[in-house]
Design a protein around this ligand. Structure first.
Ligand SMILES: [Zn+2]
Length: 300
């Protein structure tokens, strides 16, 4: 009897430890970090490789990231070719088998996202960095729900004993997005169809969700810096369409948008493309609160 009791006690301790052990997650960006923290709650500790004010296409792959990845229980990538220049080599160098592509602890957040601007053929000519479709899909809050589902599935594979907890957090996340979206839609409603200019082609999901019309980009092609001929074209478009706002991101030089702004009178505003782009943006919800506040203020 005594031995049986000890065995039961030991089993309880092991199971107990498993459900209390922190799940170490590495994400490529702060947006998937925020969503992982919301779904994983007190079961997870999350490290994001990119900061919120860094261009996610171009991140310097530091050795310290390899160390983080080598001990990670789960890895979350935004996928497509967003992080193609830096994340695959970090993942390989980590030698952590379970987080490699195809394994349970590798989460591709883009699975099931209805992609936009998917080219009919993959063409990297002229430096196109959106070869598999536009990878900036997290900028539609409804896609946030798909990302959250993918992250939840990953957490449930890594830690099945906490399934009910993750599902409850996912439900709360989805309900919060639904209720916040009502407010965001209401704030954006007066600006339906408004024409704007953007620096990089990273707003198509946001544009579509909130019925804006991005006429052109400062970059002649994604990843190619503005050229004089492109700026001339942009200035003409701004005048012809009476465009009031140019949206840019924290990681782009303001020199060309300043020139265009001065020449045309259109306001150049810096919007956040990720959680952490500015101090006040602590969560995925804050990202849209911030951007919608900035944009509506500029368009008024
Ligand atoms: Zn891009």
């Amino acid at each position: 009897m005594k031995i049986r009791n000890i065995a039961i006690l030991l089993a309880a301790i092991i199971i107990g430890n498993r459900s209390f052990a922190t799940i170490h997650v590495v994400t490529t960006t702060q947006d998937t970090r925020s969503i992982t923290e919301i779904i994983g709650g007190n079961k997870v500790s999350v490290f994001s490789i990119a900061t919120g004010f860094q261009n996610p296409h171009f991140v310097d792959p530091k050795p310290s990231y390899i160390i983080k990845l080598s001990t990670a229980d789960m890895y979350v990538t935004l996928g497509l070719d967003l992080e193609a220049g830096w994340s695959p080599s970090l993942l390989t160098s980590s030698r952590n088998v379970k987080i490699q592509k195809g394994n349970d602890a590798y989460v591709d957040a883009s699975i099931g996202v209805p992609l936009m601007q998917v080219p009919s053929s993959i063409n990297r000519a002229e430096g196109d960095i959106h070869a598999f479709g536009n990878p900036h899909y997290w900028l539609d809050p409804m896609n946030g729900k798909i990302i959250a589902r993918n992250i939840c599935n990953g957490l449930e594979k890594v830690s099945p004993e906490n399934k009910d907890y993750f599902e409850a957090n996912l439900k709360t996340f989805n309900e919060t997005i639904d209720s916040k979206l009502k407010a965001w839609n209401a704030a954006m409603a007066p600006f339906k169809g408004t024409k704007i200019i953007a620096y990089h082609n990273e707003w198509v999901y946001f544009e579509t969700r909130f019925s804006l019309h991005i006429v052109d980009f400062m970059e002649p092609k994604p990843g190619i810096p503005p050229t004089p001929s492109q700026l001339v074209k942009i200035m003409k478009e701004i005048k012809e369409n009476n465009i009031k706002v140019i949206i840019t991101s924290p990681y782009f030089s303001t020199s060309s948008s300043d020139v265009v702004s001065k020449q045309t009178g259109a306001k150049a505003i810096v919007m956040a493309t990720s959680v952490g782009a500015f101090d006040s943006i602590k969560t995925y919800y804050d990202l849209f609160d911030y951007d919608i506040k900035q944009l509506t203020a500029a368009l008024k």
